[in-house]
Design a protein around this ligand. Sequence first.
Ligand code: FAD
Length: 281
Amino acid sequence: MISQEFEYTVPQSLDEALKLLDGGDRKVLAGGMSLIPLMKLRLASPSEVVDIGRLPGLNAITESGGTVRIGATATHHDVETSPVIRAKVPLLAETASHIGDVQVRNMGTIGGSAAHADPAADYPAALLALEALFRVASAKGERTIAAADFFQDAFTTALEPGELIVEVHVPVEESSEGYRYQKVAHPASGFAVVGVAARVKKSGNKIVMARIGVTGMSPRAFRARQAERLLEGGADVAVAAAAVVEGEEANSDLYASAGYRRHLARVYAVRALTTALSRAS
Ligand SMILES: Cc1cc2nc3c(=O)[nH]c(=O)nc-3n(C[C@H](O)[C@H](O)[C@H](O)COP(=O)(O)OP(=O)(O)OC[C@H]3O[C@@H](n4cnc5c(N)ncnc54)[C@H](O)[C@@H]3O)c2cc1C
């Protein structure tokens, strides 16, 4: 199908983009990997598209003061291959490498993926486990939103109309931590039927820090806090992984029933945690 007619604008600065997005029936375009298909299906029909994909500097990746700052238009390929991200937040680089295929990774952006909030997207699991923050801006000002507050429901985030994700801030992982992103990929799209991101820190044989993000299973990605507490309280991996699905709704569709998704979440939590523990020093 062909999309409805729309105006196409390429702002030259972030300020110009924010002013354009202040009111009116306008949509931001970043990599276009989700928005363009939606427009072609006429599930989205904005009267104007504001292309931020080539805004200078908005794809920068830097590190200072224990935080990695990733510009919203950094592509999945940028995230996967950035020396800074590979060295400082390897869980995120590993997660990016699992997204879609080469074409999707070369076009899709971290800001677009987060803003779209597909329940089967990969990044949300890792961003939750990494306790990332979103720096967002609008014509009215700026604020930061914790990943745990950002992903609210299927395709629904804490972004207000006119707000743009400018950067994703990710605290540097300690080098002694172990990490792993493990997913069951849908055979057609590559999206996560279920994906689990795990981080652990050990002291001797004891787990002193555990963070687990789960995507694909529920309408929104979530932190498995009960499982984290169990691990930090000395429970073994199988017991903690069984708690990953507790209190969470499970999606059901033609490909995977709710029961199967819960089963996958438990199994992939065991696998992700086992590898994360083997990588922790
Ligand atoms: C064939 C295929 C396979 C895929 N497989 C996977 C997969 O395995 N795993 C996975 O996670 N994803 C997958 N995706 C989705 C892909 O990762 C998209 O890149 C991503 O969901 C959207 O990013 P984008 O930059 O293309 O955003 P766009 O499509 O340009 O925009 C998506 C939405 O976000 C909004 N938006 C964009 N940037 C911002 C911003 N900075 N601030 C606020 N709002 C913004 C737009 O207005 C729009 O509503 C797949 C996509 C395709 C087409």
